[in-house]
Design a protein around this ligand. Structure first.
Ligand SMILES: C[S@@+](CC[C@H](N)C(=O)[O-])C[C@H]1O[C@@H](n2cnc3c(N)ncnc32)[C@H](O)[C@@H]1O
Length: 338
């Protein structure tokens, strides 16, 4: 017996086909309040797990926003703002919801009121958020925006005090992000990158010989999802892979006064390390560039194990010899060397 009504599966299929085809931006696809609610119970949950990964990393990096104003642009059902409000309870006084769809706005607003009745709500983008200097959230909107729409959104980003932007991890999304948002905000001279990068220099992925790479990471899918019949059915009928949850993201802030808690010299592992007999290949990105590096088990067994299981924040200070990793440590860890 199905866990879903056939009308629900049809709606989810229609939405997913639109998202994957890249044509979702052409017209408003929320046809009823039920569509938004169904999205919130399914696809938005997966997006929420990506947000939890990003926010968890920000906390581990010792970063939090300074603004009391939150703007959720292209909010849909509002999963991004709800996850952010839950992650930093009591930090925000005012949330501005923005979406082309009145159905999405109404749903997001109602859920937000349930969660945070004392947080004031407004509707509109950064311009309408009273006081300006908001923290701007953008989530899974990039593929729906034309060049002109993205340029307008960039202006909103440039007027905010910080930006957290999360997207699905396609090669195109990730590179569009970096080119159109990261590098252009940095070029104003007012912004710095908080994460995923460990520096605010030019992105090494944009160098001609790095064109095959893209900046992506993996979030954890809660273990109970794999035992859940409704999720298993979605996976089977809609082709959603429940084992992996890749995402791309960018966190930046403007006119920051304090140095970042993460000291210089760290590199970030991109994607997941690939395991071979006795060694790992690790795509690692830092101020000194992007490179596929070899980490042999015999050179640094404890580090090898830590990098392989990828349970900690994938930020490392490597020690290298002849282009190979021979030691190093993660954030807060003790150095291991041969
Ligand atoms: C895939 S949904 C993502 C919703 C939500 N941010 C999330 O992460 O779950 C994209 C949202 O962007 C909205 N949207 C698309 N183009 C837009 C535009 N030009 N202006 C405002 N909202 C837009 C859609 O209506 C939709 O609610």
């Amino acid at each position: 017996m199905s866990e879903w009504l056939s009308s629900e599966l049809r709606t989810l299929t229609r939405l997913r086909d639109g998202f994957l085809s890249g044509n979702a931006g052409a017209a408003d696809y929320w046809q009823s309040a039920g569509d938004v609610e169904l999205y919130d119970r399914t696809f938005a949950q997966r997006i929420g797990w990506k947000w939890e990964a990003v926010l968890g990393e920000l906390s581990l990096r010792g970063w939090k926003p300074s603004s009391e104003l939150l703007v959720d642009w292209g909010c849909g059902s509002g999963i991004a703002s709800r996850t952010v409000l839950s992650h930093w309870p009591g930090l925000f006084r005012n949330v501005s919801l923005s979406d082309r769809s009145p159905l999405a706005l109404s749903y997001a607003s109602a859920r937000l009121r349930e969660l945070e009745p004392d947080v004031a709500q407004q509707f509109g983008g950064v311009e309408s958020a009273s006081g300006g200097g908001a923290l701007l959230l953008v989530s899974h909107v990039l593929t729906e925006l034309s060049k002109e729409q993205l340029a307008r959104l960039w202006k909103q980003a440039a007027a905010s005090s910080a930006l957290i932007w999360v997207e699905s991890a396609t090669h195109e999304n990730s590179r569009r992000f970096v080119e159109e948002i990261r590098e252009r905000l940095l070029a104003t001279g007012q912004w710095r990158v908080v994460a995923p990068c460990t520096h605010s220099g030019a992105c090494p992925m944009l160098q001609a010989d790095q064109a095959r790479h893209w900046c992506h990471h993996f979030a954890r899918v809660p273990s109970e999802v794999h035992q859940d019949g409704a999720w298993r059915e979605i996976s089977k009928k809609l082709g959603v892979d429940l084992r992996v949850l890749p995402y791309s993201y960018l966190v930046m802030e403007r006119n920051a006064q304090e140095p970042l808690a993460l000291e210089p010299g760290f590199s970030r592992v991109i994607g997941e390390p690939r395991e071979f007999k006795g060694y790992l290949k690790v795509l690692t990105c830092g101020e000194d560039g992007l490179a596929d590096k070899v980490l042999q088990k015999r050179n640094a067994p404890a580090l090898f194990k830590e990098v392989r299981v990828a349970e900690t924040l994938p930020l490392y200070k490597w020690e290298e010899k002849d282009g190979r990793i021979v030691g190093g440590h993660g954030v807060g860890g003790a150095p291991e060397a041969d």
